[in-house]
Design a protein around this ligand. Structure first.
Ligand SMILES: O=P(O)(O)OC[C@H]1O[C@H](O[C@H]2O[C@H](CO)[C@@H](O)[C@H](O)[C@H]2O)[C@H](O)[C@@H](O)[C@@H]1O
Length: 391
């Protein structure tokens, strides 16, 4: 077992940086975030599948492949390494526009200094790795501990496409707020939606039987039709069958995420609305000393990034290993880094309090390993020590 301490390194500069100074020193932190370079720029992806064009065009498939790439084995080693080098170069260029939230964590927290941080976390692909079986997308104990720690310092909400019951059974932290079905579990949908959904769910379950690998997941106010395990040549057929089913339900709309088709009520409700609703419900609306951080990986999280960007409040952080158009300001490569950010956020707040009180701080949480956060020319060094040794 280990314990850790957060100490101020006396040899390091301690200047308190104002947001204006940060904006000058770190142009990538300015709002709104700079646009991606031209070759990455595209119209905001229209995620809603248009029923009128059922069966025509593959643009949605291309978009899905970009959002959720599958690792393809190349027959030739040289072409595989050329493709990998091109992807790396594209990612390097993208990450300059959306810098790592981990490497820039001190700047993020400096901007948040004196404000009430509110943490919003997507589930799949953010807190849990993407896996083939949606019923087995478990989060690790380390991640749970990281989220628990951050929630002990800041109001924390899980915002998921899954139903509240399911996502909370995965997260297993009753102290959190949950916004399931893309936020619709916070506030119930209109009368009648439930009845339609039961019929649609049954019809969808009937059709997926004809497409091997596909499956329906009932997310209470939304339905997911998964096709991660369906061969690509059947994707269009599956989408057409799904479109046929929901054609009779004008109050439902069809959208898509990471190898998933999502059927939801046509009401204007998304993760951005859920974020606004939660901020308001928690009593944080209308205060400019509130600093929401929203971490997510999917195109559905873009609605929340957009809200933060439009409000010029807090930061959106995208979890992605590949370059993609986003409204987020920062990035993380994978869910594991999200745990590091959660830990860093609460450590940084503890550091601010500790330094204000001129006292050394011993973090209550148990972590393994050793690390620093921020670069060594920055203010704080996070020291991990063996249990019982001097701080
Ligand atoms: O908003 P989220 O919490 O990210 O939920 C969005 C969808 O996530 C789940 O599907 C995704 O993760 C699965 C497990 O890793 C993966 O198999 C699937 O391909 C992904 O799309 C969930 O099962 C869906 O119901 C959610 O709508």
């Amino acid at each position: 077992m280990t314990k850790q301490s957060l100490v101020r390194n006396e040899e390091l500069p301690v200047a308190v940086v104002s947001p204006a100074a940060i904006a000058e020193a770190f142009p990538h932190l300015s709002y709104p975030p700079p646009r991606s370079p031209g070759y990455l720029r595209c119209k905001r992806p229209e995620r809603r599948l248009d029923l009128a064009t059922a069966g025509r065009g593959n643009s949605w498939i291309e978009s899905i492949k970009i959002q959720s790439p599958t690792h393809v084995k190349s027959s030739s080693t040289s072409s595989a390494s050329a493709m990998s080098a091109a992807r790396d170069a594209e990612y390097d260029s993208w990450v300059r526009m959306h810098p790592s939230a981990l490497s820039n964590f001190e700047e993020v927290m400096t901007t948040a200094k004196g404000k009430q941080v509110v943490m919003f976390l997507d589930y799949d692909g953010t807190l849990s790795p993407i896996v083939e079986d949606p019923d087995r997308a478990f989060m690790s104990d380390e991640m749970r501990e990281a989220v628990k720690e951050v929630a002990s310092h800041f109001p924390t909400a899980i915002v998921s496409g899954r139903c509240t019951e399911k996502v909370s059974s995965f997260v297993k932290l009753p102290e959190l707020y949950y916004a399931g079905s893309h936020g619709m579990d916070i506030k119930g949908p209109e009368e009648g939606t439930q009845h339609s959904k039961v019929n649609v769910c049954k019809s969808l379950e009937d059709i997926v039987k004809s497409i091997p690998g596909s499956r329906v997941e009932n997310n209470k106010f939304c339905l997911s039709v998964h096709f991660r395990c369906v061969e690509e040549k059947k994707w269009n057929l599956l989408a057409d069958l799904v479109k046929l089913v929901i054609m009779d339900y004008p109050k439902l709309k069809l959208t898509y995420g990471r190898k998933v088709l999502e059927i939801r009520p046509s009401i204007k409700w998304d993760k951005g609305k859920a974020l606004e609703f939660l901020l308001e419900s928690l009593g944080f609306d209308g205060y400019n000393n509130v600093f929401p951080l929203y971490i997510g990986d999917d195109c559905t999280d873009e609605d929340a990034f957009e809200v933060l960007r439009d409000r010029e409040q807090g930061f959106g952080i995208i979890v992605s290993k590949i370059a993609k158009e986003t409204k987020a300001s920062f990035s993380l490569r994978e869910p594991a880094e999200c745990g590091d950010v959660n830990f860093s956020a609460q450590h940084a707040m503890q550091a601010q309090r500790s330094i204000a009180g001129k006292q050394k701080l011993i973090c209550p949480c148990a972590c393994t390993g050793s690390s620093t956060f921020g670069a060594t020319n920055k203010k704080y060094v996070l020291q991990f020590q063996s249990h019982g040794s001097a701080a």
